[in-house]
Design a protein around this ligand. Structure first.
Ligand code: FAD
Length: 488
């Protein structure tokens, strides 16, 4: 079953013993609980898309001849990168870019880890690297969804990971048996946790050389005994898709993970105690390139959606006749097209990594976009607010539409080129994109989904190639003063 159907995915989630907590309740079945059902069904659709468009969404395993989801592919050419992006775009468009953690995010990460396994094998960790390769094949061949939890909880960011809450809070190793290591502590967030099959743990920040017990990387099934997930509030609204067209299906959920003496089988341990290796994995740009590639494809889709939304709202109320509204729509278009340009540039600039036969997109346009997106997406939503004005408040619910005031609504909510229902649907969609709880969470996501964008932008400056830019400046600093200037 290398390419699962939506139905198989949902069956796999049912009552599997995972411990998902929401608002004081232990959720028995995420596929039927109203807070999770919509998102579960949306993810099931993503699986079905693999069957609907197999030529885009799948690849063939050279060893077994079996099909698998193409986002698990370890890219070995520029052509592979283009194929993967096409598939990522299909999935991104299915949620108009709102589900950042569609399965491709993690699939590509682990394809990169396995493709570049020699980074994991250093300092005698050959077995960890072999485990990584075997694990990636396992998730690929069973089409499993992974979540990841790479950041320790916020207790005191001014001290090391090992010093959080007296050393007890951050995830760490507490023991070992013949077959497993035992881990305890917490990790800050695991997005998609209620819907994932597997929880993965790997480095998200540097670690001190002496903090060996915190330097652990592994993967376990979501229903492993001792694992507890505490969700934030649900933003699904538990409402219909008329009232909340986006929240009702795209709340991918974020949860804190508690590890209560969890036994991790040794064949699922990728690193154990190598603090140098831990930092090296973070520094290996290869997987980061792919994550940002996925994220910018998704951001492009979100901006395309924002542009469509702005254009249709402005057209519906006739404000696109005004030049300042046109200018605002043009600004969203500018951001959208610059994002597209960056993604295409990354793809066209793809290169073979260290002559190892694996390929990566060019990271420069990607990390530049990564720095810009936390400004651009909030800017797009700000512009949408200005374009739509009070129209976002002219949004009666489905119950109102079907209630005693239905005739009044039909008359007084009409727009220039839309009847009342179409206009209300459009503005409710707009509000769900710019103002609902899901929208607020989306804003935070763009800022923090892969460490914080501010420090990453600062890092861009530090690692930037400066020679050429300096040369352009220096040519004016070292020239002899010419005579005309000298005689003045
Ligand atoms: C919606 C959402 C989903 C997420 N999903 C996941 C997930 O699935 N898996 C996962 O592992 N993580 C996830 N994260 C967590 C994410 O990785 C972190 O939010 C991110 O790494 C930043 O860490 P933090 O939130 O603890 O912020 P902090 O590190 O506490 O930063 C808060 C502020 O302090 C500043 N700051 C902190 N430390 C320093 C410093 N040393 N120097 C200068 N400034 C500093 C930051 O710039 C920022 O402005 C998610 C986050 C969000 C918001």
């Amino acid at each position: 079953m290398a390419v699962r159907t939506g139905q198989q995915f949902l069956e796999g989630l049912k009552n599997d013993g995972r411990e998902i907590w929401l608002d004081g309740e232990l959720i028995q079945d995420v596929t039927t609980h109203p807070a999770f059902k919509g998102a579960a069904e949306h993810i099931a659709k993503l699986f079905d898309l693999q069957h609907k468009y197999p030529e885009i969404m799948t690849a063939t395993c050279p060893e077994t001849g079996e099909k698998f989801g193409i986002t698990h592919l370890i890219p070995r050419s520029k052509e592979d990168i283009k194929r993967i992006r096409k598939a990522m775009k299909v999935w991104a468009e299915a949620s108009v870019g709102l589900m950042g953690r569609s399965p491709d995010y993690m699939n590509t990460t682990f394809a990169c880890f396995a493709g570049h396994a020699d980074v994991w094998a250093r300092r005698g960790n050959e077995q960890g690297a072999r485990n990584m390769i075997a694990y990636q094949k396992y998730v690929r061949d069973n089409d499993l969804i992974m979540t990841h939890s790479i950041i320790n909880p916020q207790v005191d960011r001014s001290v090391s990971e090992a010093e959080q809450g007296g050393g007890e809070v951050s995830l760490h190793k507490v023991g070992e048996t013949e077959d497993s290591i035992i881990v305890r502590g917490a990790r800050m967030l695991a997005t998609l946790a209620p819907f994932a099959d597997e929880l993965t743990v790997y480095p998200g920040s540097d670690i001190r050389l002496q903090d060996k017990k915190y330097a652990i990387c592994f993967a376990v099934p979501m229903n492993t005994p001792g694992l507890k997930f505490i969700c934030r509030d649900s933003y699904s609204k538990e409402r219909n898709n008329f009232d909340y067209p986006l929240s009702s299906r795209f709340d991918e959920m974020d949860a804190v993970v508690i590890f209560d003496d969890v036994h991790v089988p040794k064949d699922r341990v990728f690193m154990d105690g190598d603090t140098v290796g831990y930092s090296e994995v973070i520094g290996d740009g290869y997987w980061r390139n792919y994550i940002i590639f996925q994220a910018m494809n998704r951001a492009l889709t979100k901006l395309e959606f924002a542009f469509g939304l702005g254009h249709m709202i402005a057209d519906t109320t006739g404000v696109n006749a005004f030049d300042h509204v046109q200018e605002k729509l043009g600004e969203i278009w500018n951001m959208m097209e610059m994002t597209r340009a960056g993604v295409v540039a990354a793809e066209e600039g793809a290169f073979e990594v260290d002559g190892k036969g694996i390929w990566a997109p060019d990271d420069k346009p990607l990390i530049a976009l990564r720095g810009l997106m936390p400004k651009w997406i909030p800017r797009a939503t700000e512009l949408l607010k200005v374009i739509g004005g009070g129209g976002y408040m002219l949004t009666p619910s489905l119950k109102d539409m079907n209630g005693p005031l239905a005739n009044d609504i039909t008359k007084y909510y009409q727009a220039r080129n839309a009847d009342a229902e179409q206009r209300i649907r459009l503005f409710r969609l707009g509000w769900d994109f710019i103002g609902s709880e899901l929208a607020g969470r989306g804003d935070l996501y763009e800022r923090f989904y892969l460490s914080d964008a501010y420090r990453m932008t600062a890092l861009n400056y530090k690692v930037a190639e400066k020679e050429h830019a300096e040369m352009l400046v220096k040519q004016f600093l070292n020239e002899p003063v010419n005579e005309l200037q000298a005689t003045k």
